[in-house]
Structure formats: C-alpha cells, structure tokens
Design a protein around this ligand. Structure first.
Ligand SMILES: Nc1ncnc2c1ncn2[C@@H]1O[C@H](COP(=O)(O)OP(=O)(O)OP(=O)(O)O)[C@@H](O)[C@H]1O
Ligand SMILES: [Mg+2]
Length: 251
C-alpha cells in the first residue's frame, strides 16, 4: 500500500500541496477529484519520483521513498504504470515502439519477450492489429488505450491514471472506464485515478478523495460522496457554477 503524510510542495510562489495525507490501500481504486490547478497531477508525479516534496513522507509497500536518490528510484518506479494526462505518446514512434518503450528502458528482456508482452498489452486494451500505426493515425480514445497499454506492459502493482477520460465523448469515455475496470479485475492492480469526470469517478472508484487547499479535504466511499452535504464537495460533484468553489466567492 501507499501512505502519504503531510506532503508539501511549493511551485513558484504557490503552495500547491499543503500537508496532504492519503492512504492508498492494496486492491482498491482511489479516485482523486478537485478543481483544475489544485495539484492532482503534481501529486501523482510525487508518487513516481518525478517531483520531490518540500516536506512530508511517502511510503510504498513500507519503504520510505521520498528521500531516495535518482538511481535508487528505478526499482520503485518499476512498481508503477502511469497513463499521463493527454497520453503523452511519442509521435515519431509507431504504436509498438511506444508500448515497448518502458521495457526497453528497463532492459533484461529478449526481442521476442518484448514482442510477446507488447502484443499481449495491446490485446488487453483491444488494439490488436494497430501496432504499426503512428499516434497521428489514431482517434483520441485509441491514443488513450495505447497510453494504457504502455502503462500496463511492465506488469505494475500500481496503476496511475491522470485524466483517463478527459477530452473523449461520453461513449468513448465509458469504454475507457470499462477497460479500467477490466484491467483492475484481470491484473489485480491497485489504482489511483485523477479526474474531474464525475461519471467516470463514480464508475471506476471505490473511494473518492477531494483535493482542496492543498489537502485531503474530503474522503469517502461513492455512497458517502454522493450523500455528503459539504457545500464544496457538493458544488464540485454537481458541477454548479455558483457556490463556495467559485472564484468570486473566495477571498
Ligand atoms: N513544473 C511546474 N513548475 C511550476 N508550477 C507548476 C509545475 N507543475 C505544476 N505547476 C503548478 O501547480 C499547480 C497544480 O498543477 P497540477 O498540474 O497538479 O494541477 P491539476 O490539479 O492536475 O489540474 P488539471 O485538472 O487542470 O490537470 C498549478 O498552479 C500549476 O501551474
Ligand atoms: Mg492535471
């Protein structure tokens, strides 16, 4: 499991994370919600060592990882697969090479083993036959699925999703939700998903955490989240323009 305590991060003049506490228990899917710019992507980057906290601690399977040096991060990163916001594919590489990328970086596999794993990952995301295409030839939903295949190809214990459905039409978005559920069941991964798509959050998550003010402002099951009368959480999940989250109501 992952335990985050008192995480603080200042970027430029902004205190983005301000004492964030989160537990991510094995076997669960925790969905992190919150307004644009509240630090959701910044938080995910801390989990894989792409950003270092100013204060606080992160434990992964009991090991404290935040003070690790760059080369000590490699074995920890291997536990993670990440679907980046916007998929972040390499446009000059074919689908096959995009998915093979983390395996090649890691080393230790034969050409044949890499081929087998890449083709298996592509079939898990229903992209058999697309390995020779370039990202520019794919629809938004297909690009997300390539990103997903790349995230799972290393057989991670933890899967991180940054906005897996953003920018997709509702039907395509739901095929991604279904895929995330299917991967959870077939790979038995622990997932952390960041989203502001509430339909997706309620479908794929079993716990919801709302980030606000750099902290874990609210946490609950789907039922607890839907039933809460906290005005900030309510405004966010119902998508109302008027309320305590709206800029003009803030100091
Ligand atoms: N590398 C960076 N350098 C400086 N500031 C940064 C950096 N990365 C993020 N920030 C700032 O930190 C804040 C949080 O950014 P973050 O990307 O985590 O937001 P988010 O919650 O993921 O938003 P969105 O829902 O729009 O993706 C923003 O104000 C952003 O400008
Ligand atoms: Mg983000």
């Amino acid at each position: 499991m992952i335990q985050v305590r008192g995480l603080k991060k200042r970027l430029r003049s902004q205190q983005v994370l301000n004492g964030l506490d989160i537990d991510l228990p094995d076997g669960h899917t925790v969905v992190i919600i919150g307004q644009s710019g509240t630090g959701k992507s910044v938080f995910l980057k801390h989990l894989i060592g792409l950003m270092r906290p100013d204060a606080g601690s992160i434990h992964v399977d009991g090991e404290r990882v935040d003070p690790l040096r760059e080369r000590e991060w490699a074995p920890v990163r291997r536990k993670f697969g990440m679907l980046f916001q916007g998929a972040a594919l390499f446009d000059s590489m074919r689908v096959f090479e995009n998915v093979a990328f983390p395996l090649r970086e890691r080393g230790g596999l034969t050409v044949e083993q890499i081929r087998e794993r890449v083709m298996h990952a592509l079939s898990l995301v229903d992209l058999d036959g697309s390995e020779d295409k370039y990202p520019a030839e794919l629809s938004g939903g297909m690009r997300k699925r390539v990103g997903l295949a790349r995230a799972i190809v290393g057989e991670p214990k933890y899967l991180l999703y940054d906005e897996p459905t953003t920018g997709l039409d509702p039907v395509t978005a739901d095929t991604i939700n279904e895929l995330i559920l299917r991967l959870r069941d077939s790979l038995r991964v622990t997932s952390i998903a960041v989203t502001h798509d509430m339909a997706s959050a309620f479908k794929i998550g079993d716990r919801i955490v709302m980030l606000y003010g750099g902290k874990n402002y609210f946490e609950g099951t789907i039922e607890e989240t839907k039933a809460t009368d906290d005005p900030i959480v309510r405004q966010f999940i119902t998508g109302q323009a008027e309320g305590p989250l709206t800029a003009k109501n803030r100091r």
